[in-house]
Design a protein around this ligand. Structure first.
Ligand SMILES: C[S@@+](CC[C@H](N)C(=O)[O-])C[C@H]1O[C@@H](n2cnc3c(N)ncnc32)[C@H](O)[C@@H]1O
Length: 229
């Protein structure tokens, strides 16, 4: 009986990751087309990325992981800000697109649920609108990986949809079929999850708070001092 329930739960876990991977494989090209210039029109997001770059540099610099990088425009922006930025994404087609769009940068296929980074190897980590598809139950494990991969004192920058609702997205980026849940989260919920994972939460920003789909940006840091974790 217990063996059966373990099997069922593992199959369920694989399903949602497979759905995300397949969905972003399908939309990779059109997503790249729609987001290539996206940062040009978002001064507050650019300001958050500039502040993040300043925090990484103030800590001595080093490799910065853009986790769930998609087509790599944020990775490239961080690189242009002077950081040694590289990208990781679940979708192999997204990674192909990122390599094509930014041939001088490093991009690798990998999942944040099993983050392929050595302990304390990242000087900073960004996850921009890539946690939005993750079910709540997967958050502690993923944030644990982020904390593990960051050097003590390393900053973390999260961007996500602010709100409380979740919906199943069945098409996107020009009518292509998708099957992903999109989870909006309250900044206070995300901040609590970060604290639970051992992060110090340092700042938050709401972008377009009166829009139908506000954005949230959170700055956190792996504490320098030992916390017993
Ligand atoms: C909405 S897009 C965001 C892309 C990019 N960060 C941006 O800001 O435009 C979500 C991205 O997260 C990636 N992603 C979702 N789940 C992931 C996981 N478990 N590990 C790595 N990447 C993941 C998807 O493949 C997709 O490229």
């Amino acid at each position: 009986m217990s063996e059966l329930s373990v099997t069922v739960s593992l199959v369920g876990t694989d399903d949602w990751l497979t759905d995300i991977r397949t969905s972003y494989d399908t939309v990779a090209d059109s997503y790249a087309g729609q987001t290539r210039e996206a940062l040009d029109g978002t001064p507050y997001i650019r300001a958050a990325l500039a502040l993040f770059a300043e925090l990484v540099s103030a800590g001595g610099g080093g490799p910065v992981a853009d986790v769930g990088c998609g087509p790599g425009h944020v990775t490239a922006h961080l690189h242009d800000s002077g950081l040694d930025a590289f990208g990781i994404d679940l979708s192999p087609v997204m990674i192909d697109v990122a390599r094509r769009e930014h041939p001088g940068l490093r991009f690798e296929v990998g999942s944040m649920t099993d983050l392929p980074l050595a302990d304390a190897s990242a000087a900073g980590l960004v996850a921009f609108w890539s946690l939005i598809h993750l079910p709540d139950h997967a958050l502690p494990g993923v944030l644990g990986h982020f904390r593990r991969a960051l050097r003590p004192g390393g900053p973390l920058l999260l961007g996500f949809h602010a709100g409380e609702t979740s919906r199943l997205k069945t098409e996107g980026y020009g009518g292509h079929p998708m099957k992903v849940y999109v989870h909006r989260r309250k900044p206070a919920f995300a901040a609590a999850a970060l604290r639970d994972a051992g992060f110090a939460v340092e700042a938050q920003m709401l972008v377009d708070p009166d829009a139908s789909l506000p954005g949230a940006v959170l700055f956190a840091r792996r504490p320098s001092a030992p916390t017993g974790r």
